[in-house]
Design a protein around this ligand. Sequence first.
Ligand code: ZN
Length: 193
Amino acid sequence: MTIKRIDHIAIVVPDIEQAQSFYEGALGMKVAHLERVEDQQVIVAFLPAGESEIELVEPLEESSGVARYLTKRGPGIHHIALEVDDLTAMLARLKAQNVRLINEEPTIGSGGKKIAFIHPESTFGVLVELYESTPEESTLRAGALDDLRARLSLGGRAASAAFSGFVRSLRESRSHEVSDKEAIPLPSEDHIP
Ligand code: ZN
């Protein structure tokens, strides 16, 4: 089994629109995926960076684990996700080496996404997500991407207005506006030493 690449680096932010204006406006990156993850009470935005992505995470409810993390530590890196070719085999290997795992078994996201978190205590202070891609996921993601492109295909100022409108609709919605295939169980600060 091997580590294939860094899939994403997740950054907790208080306001995803402000963060987006920096990452898009100043750095010239583009949001390729945006959605509300109900389970975690967060809005997430993914911005591709070559083979990897930056994930921006805005907590919605004060009581959520991610909100408490933000309050306690301020904005910053929340976790790093590594793509592995065989998650089950990797977890078995880590267990054999007494590595402290948050998920002993792969967690299956609603889109078929297989992930598991390693406790920061074992990784020298960084929450590490292991992720194995599945065929179903790329199909689901492509569908959601088309949807976002349709919403943001306006360009320039109109696009940022569309982004703001979309973010507002996600903040206000109680249901899955786009899809829930990125239902990542973001650990709370309880998992951070
Ligand atoms: Zn992640």
